[in-house]
Design a protein around this ligand. Structure first.
Ligand code: URA
Length: 431
């Protein structure tokens, strides 16, 4: 068999066999397939699709292309949560300490920022001294001892996804349902979580633009996880406007800390508590109301912020930093309304603006300015007068491009704006 034949079959819309998929993934992982062959394969899948069976086989082969972490012997449920990528979406940093404070162990493998979307690992590195490269042994021990760990997967985990993702990122082949499903789920199957909640984003700032497309992706990932014996939940949630009010590493961490200290409530806090309650409900078999009240109480009682301090300390930082405010970069530009009207805010444009200000990456490996970012002063749908302050944009280098992109994120409508639902659909548990 040749890699060429597998690409040719997919180009001609033939469903690939287990043998063909296994062969292709092995060639990706061991370097026998070239970047151009991987690109051609991904484009053929993007254009011609895959059956659910092919997608499961691709996921399984990718998961097994590297080290799969064995499930620790400890009793109880290990939970994980994954978002398909959004703007001002720091739900993980809220949900993990909330769940750990409630006794649900969180084994959370996260990633770095991609394109216009923020990355949990970059945000955690806003805390001085924090490590996000825990070895599998350190990761497991920390989950056991503290109740939660958040780390990147090691180079030996799902190497086939690492190569394929890097190629997709530069060949316009990210936004394919089977490729996203296999990429996300291969990393989940290589880890040992028993219960996985997926937050599949739809909208302007997400890889999936329509809610129906996002729901299709969510259902496919749930079926892959269930076939592999995991308990699966998935929420399809809106990413038209930024979820929280802050964009950028230090900015988002500051908002997370305010929420965990009980000082702020907004869509970001509500969605995080919603996800935590859904996981708690599925893990403990309790009712919806009891789960929601216990999740909210973990914040109100101060248990969640204390647990976050423990997680930060366990990963090399200072527990006391969760009671501080991280600094923003020195140069600040105030954005003002150009006309009267109801404000519409583009998550995509603000994500790109943050990256241009230095708060995101143009390519893998680029350094991030943790203090760069945007603080929104209005929410989508607010009525404003010309000249009203909309946001502050921070950077430590020349910010003209980022400021202009941030300006372009705001539009003004004479009519009230009808927001699309924050939670469009929920799959799994009690639907
Ligand atoms: N996140 C991933 O891990 N993979 C994708 O393909 C898209 C989002």
């Amino acid at each position: 068999m040749r890699v060429y034949d597998v690409i040719d079959a997919k180009k001609n819309r033939r469903a690939l066999t287990e043998e063909e998929i296994g062969f292709f993934v092995r060639c990706v992982a061991d370097g026998a397939a070239t970047d151009s062959q991987i690109a051609a394969f991904c484009m053929a899948v993007l254009l011609n699709g895959m059956t659910d069976e092919e997608c499961y086989l691709l996921t399984d082969a990718m998961a097994k292309s590297g080290r799969c972490a064995p499930r620790p012997a400890a009793s109880g449920i290990f939970a994980d949560k994954h978002s398909t990528g959004g703007v001002s979406d720091s739900t993980t940093l809220i949900l993990v300490p909330v769940l750990a404070a409630l006794g649900i162990k969180c084994a959370k493998y996260s990633g770095r920022g991609l394109a216009h979307t923020g990355g949990t690992l970059d945000k955690l590195e806003s805390f001085a001294g924090v490590r996000v490269d825990l070895s599998p042994e350190e990761f497991e021990k920390q989950v056991e001892r503290v109740g939660a760990a958040v780390s990147g997967q090691t180079a030996s985990t799902v190497p086939a996804d690492k190569r394929m993702y890097a190629v997709r990122d530069v060949t316009a082949t990210v936004d394919s349902v089977p490729l996203i499903a296999s990429s996300v789920m291969s990393k989940k199957l290589a880890s040992f979580a028993d219960l996985i909640l997926l937050d599949v984003k739809y909208g302007d700032g997400a890889f999936m633009h329509s809610p129906a497309q996002a729901e299709k992706l969510a259902r496919l990932m749930v079926s892959i996880g269930e076939r592999a014996g995991r308990k699966m939940l998935a929420a399809v949630t809106c990413m038209d406007a930024p979820l929280g009010d802050h964009i950028g590493c230090n900015a988002e961490v500051n908002e997370v800390l305010e929420i965990l200290r009980g000082e702020k409530k907004n869509d970001l806090s509500r969605l995080s508590v919603f996800h935590a309650a859904k996981i708690l409900q599925a893990a403990e078999g309790i009712g919806e109301e009891e789960a929601a009240s216990r999740a909210a109480n973990a914040i109100d009682s101060g248990a969640a912020i204390r647990k976050f301090g423990e997680i930060i300390a366990a990963q090399g930082g200072n527990a006391g930093d969760v009671y501080k405010t991280l600094p923003m970069s020195d140069t600040v530009h105030t954005l003002r309304a150009k006309e009267d009207g109801y404000v519409r805010i583009s998550a995509l444009a603000l994500g790109r603006a943050c990256a241009a200000l230095g708060g995101g990456r143009a390519k893998e490996g680029d350094a991030i300015d943790h203090g760069a970012g945007i603080l929104l002063k209005v929410r989508q749908g607010a009525r404003v007068k010309k000249g009203a302050v909309l946001a502050e944009a921070y950077c430590s280098k020349s910010g003209e491009e980022g400021f202009a992109l941030a300006e372009s994120a705001f539009a003004f409508s004479p009519k009230k704006i009808k927001d699309r639902p924050l939670v469009y659909a929920f799959i799994g548990g009690k639907e």
